[in-house]
Write a protein that binds this ligand. Structure first.
Ligand SMILES: [Zn+2]
Length: 230
């Protein structure tokens, strides 16, 4: 079962993680079994800025939590947390003592809602872990080569963020392109996370990934997950 590995996360002994491409089956039960996890908790993803704490998976059926939201945080061991994407940005987080992990789904709406910062803030307020102790990895997503957005979306970023010109570009033909992984990286840095890896693969350019922009509505999604070992 092939998962893309982060250089930073793969040397941390207390965790398992992976970013799937389309070669990995979509069945979280098989993925959980393969990595000796009791479950892989996922959410009903709704492009929000909402972060869900996973405290109990006993009543969770079919590896899906009932909650809606777009980021998961847990300190449970032997339980995976996963998010699914097809162009959106997957982000995995762990602290330096491997006591808490997070998985984040950042599309443009979630990025606009600062979901990565919300997750880091929650980890600090709930578990007392400083953002300076976190490592973050931004997985394969649609990159600025391919992520054209409308003027309506561009103006939302221009209105909300002072530094939008670092990741929002206008081409000679007046088309807007958004560097979503960089926007999330800058958000994580602003939240105080010092250690950030970006896996530089564009899901639209590279057809070993599911891509909403390439394949359209009804496209499948790839799983990104992280777990604290038992
Ligand atoms: Zn591309």
């Amino acid at each position: 079962m092939y998962f893309i590995q982060s250089a930073k996360l793969s040397v941390i002994e207390g965790i398992v993680h992976g970013f799937a491409d389309r070669s990995v089956c979509a069945d979280p039960i098989e993925v959980a079994r393969h990595f000796k996890l009791s479950k892989i908790a996922q959410l009903k993803q709704v492009h929000s800025g909402d972060v869900i704490i996973v405290e109990n998976v006993e009543n969770m059926e079919n590896h899906y939590a009932l909650s809606e939201g777009d980021a998961l945080v847990t300190e449970l061991r032997g339980v995976g947390i996963g998010i699914r994407t097809a162009d959106c940005v997957p982000i995995l987080l762990v602290d330096d003592r491997q006591s808490v992990i997070a998985a984040i789904h950042g599309g443009w709406r979630g990025t606009l809602s600062e979901i990565a910062m919300n997750t880091v803030s929650l980890i600090e307020s709930k578990y007392g872990i400083s953002p300076s102790k976190l490592t973050a990895v931004i997985g394969p997503s649609i990159e600025k080569c391919c992520y054209e957005i409308g003027e309506d979306v561009a103006s939302l970023f221009e209105e909300k963020f002072q530094n939008f010109d670092q990741y929002l570009f206008k081409s000679n033909e007046s088309k807007y392109f958004l560097d979503l992984s960089l926007a999330n990286k800058l958000g994580l840095q602003k939240a105080g996370v010092p250690d950030i890896e970006v896996i530089d693969i564009c899901t639209k350019c590279n057809d070993s990934f599911y891509s909403y922009r390439r394949e359209g509505k009804g496209v499948n999604t790839q799983l990104s997950f992280i777990a604290l070992k038992q």
